[in-house]
Design a protein around this ligand. Structure first.
Ligand code: 1GP
Length: 252
């Protein structure tokens, strides 16, 4: 059984990691993309590899699929379960925490505040730890599902200054995590220079995800300033990467 923190909540754990310069690694599970109970095997491997959290979510995930997945994961692992919601339907009290995403790279009012208003009473009732998160989609070489579904434009990948000012505004609004996401299955990850620029501009911990396929890339993004690395697709295709990326992230 791997070590994970039981006395700190998820956000405090990430923030403490940032202060100690020890980055965290989260495996993203989209239950719709696994055959049968394939995600249960992924969760067991994540546990063994010392992964810090599981993120659960997807752009097209139903509330039943989320509920079923969380029930199974509860039996398979003691890792903290964090919802990475693709819609308000994915709020579920069986998890430990939820990233309350505000898509501040875009100008879609539903994803900035509208859905939050609808979800607020359910979130309060759920008992979940709520982590207000500045969510920023970064241009990545393809139209990712997140981009298409959100009806927004990504931040151009060569515009580090736009990313820095957007992150600054998010932090000033009180958002606690800055999630730079190239989108699931991205051809190119968030540029290292952009992560460095954001790191030099704000204090909030930075999450980096989208298109990370190797331990080397994960390590480079941590060195650039990411405090939490998220990998989904590459692990769905090759479970052996879990231990390798966990080692790379934790050794930086
Ligand atoms: C997407 O950051 C996540 O929102 C993970 O992306 O599936 O490409 O690893 P991948």
């Amino acid at each position: 059984m791997s070590f994970h923190v039981s006395y700190m909540n998820v956000y405090e754990n990430i923030a403490a990691g940032k202060d100690a310069r020890k980055a965290k690694f989260a495996v993203l599970i989209d239950p719709e993309k696994h055959h049968g109970r394939g995600f249960a095997a992924t969760a067991r491997l994540a546990d063994e590899a010392g992964v810090d959290f599981l993120l659960i979510g997807g752009s097209l995930l139903s509330s039943d699929a989320m509920d079923n997945c969380l029930s199974i994961l509860r039996q398979e692992t003691s890792l903290p379960l964090v919802i990475f919601p693709g819609s308000t339907l994915q709020v579920n009290g069986k998890a430990d925490a939820i990233l309350l995403l505000s898509l501040i790279s875009g100008r879609n009012p539903d994803l900035l505040i509208g859905n939050h208003v609808i979800a607020a009473p359910y979130l309060r009732e759920s008992g979940l730890e709520i982590i207000p998160t500045a969510y920023m989609l970064i241009e990545s070489g393809i139209t990712t599902t997140a981009l298409y579904m959100s009806h927004t434009q990504p931040i151009p990948r060569l515009k580090d200054d736009i990313a820095a000012c957007t992150a600054m505004a998010g932090e000033m609004l009180g958002l606690k995590l800055i999630y730079l996401d190239a989108g699931s299955g991205a051809i190119e990850t968030v540029p290292e220079s952009m992560i460095r620029k954001v790191r030099d501009t704000i204090d909030a911990p930075i999450v980096a995800g989208g298109g990370i396929r190797s331990p080397e890339k994960a390590r480079a993004l941590v060195k650039a300033g990411a405090s939490l690395i998220v990998v989904g697709n590459a692990i769905e295709q090759n479970n052996n990467l879990i231990a390798k990326i966990a080692e790379a992230v934790h050794q930086v």
